[in-house]
Write a new protein. Sequence first.
Lengths: 316, 102
Amino acid sequence: MEFKDYYQTLGVAHDATAEDIKKAFRKLARKYHPDVSKEPDAEARMQAVNEAYAVLSDPEKRAAYDQLGQGYQSGQDFRPPPDWDAGFEFSKHGFSNAEAADFSDFFAQLFGHGGGGRRTGFHAGGLHAAGEDHYAKILLDLDDAFHGATRQISLRVPKLDANGRMALETRTLNVQIPKGVREGQMIRLAGQGTPAQGEGQPGDLLLEVHFKPHPRYRVAGRDVHLTLPVAPWEAALGAVVMVELPDGALKVRIPEGAQNGRQLRVRGKGIPATPPGDLLLHIEVVLPPAVTPKAREVYETMARELAFDPRAETRV
Amino acid sequence: MRENDILSGSLLEETWLTLEQVAAACAVEPEWLAHHLEWELFPHVASVAGTWRFSSAHLTRARRMWQLERDFEAVPELAALMADLLEEVDELRAQLRQAGLD
């Protein structure tokens, strides 16, 4: 197990005051805020920052960490001595068990007690509390929303060992993805969250659905957007074209006089939710290149005979 | 449960979350959520027959607001304002994606 230098993570000195630590945490929490950060690994960095802050902002945990970490460098192999935490009582502080499940093994090994400290922990008997709901994001292909699928996911969950100490364990689950699931929706798996204390009910597992970017389709809620390239004559004269969708090809009528950028809505052909979403086709008129004598001749004929001025409305 | 068992879940929105469930999911006290409802910081949460009905979007809002209040000691109204802005950013990003500009 690697030693984590929490002072280095927050960029503060070992003798930093509580105020310095809070200030450094807030600066980094702003920098790596998952909703706004442009950093590629913002989420992982935010977890590391949260973990460091969970320890250094708590006087009890900080004191224990300082005592234990003397002489260790970041990344160095580390094994805590048995009963290293005798004399320390850790209280639950700020972060939920579900959030702490995303922290490192190093954190779990040192501070992974059952919420109220080992002496009042799980195996003492008589203490029953419901487990917490656990969150995870699940990244799916758009095809999964059309057909449903079974996906395997791995989760790190807190679990008690024989000594009543909480450790993180990797759990693999096979999850049935229901047909019709859409971006941002949550799938709830009852009883698959954080285990309960004593005889309490376990928490649920909530999976937040996101789709992998697709080269052709874009998803907005239940609706599926697709750019539909059409030839100028298809747009001008109208046409019936085939559109490929994840659940098969669809015939779509392009209305006569369809302009570039126009949006066609095909009701009920988006994600097959209840009610189903729509398919929105963004018309993109593609010009054939004038690279052959024949093509040039056709364009020249149009120029001569159509008397078309696309900038008529801009003239004063 | 065997390792190869396949779990079937329920989709939220077909099943709404109650106030207590959202509070548990965010690891906050139900009172925290009740006060925020009372202060009208969850504008689109509906109460049907005396029971608050939360969707997955409300759950995301609750988690965002709670984290902003905890991490930055933001006052609830400021956290709600941030949540409003983040929801607007989500909406604009979705529009960019729809237009193929993302």
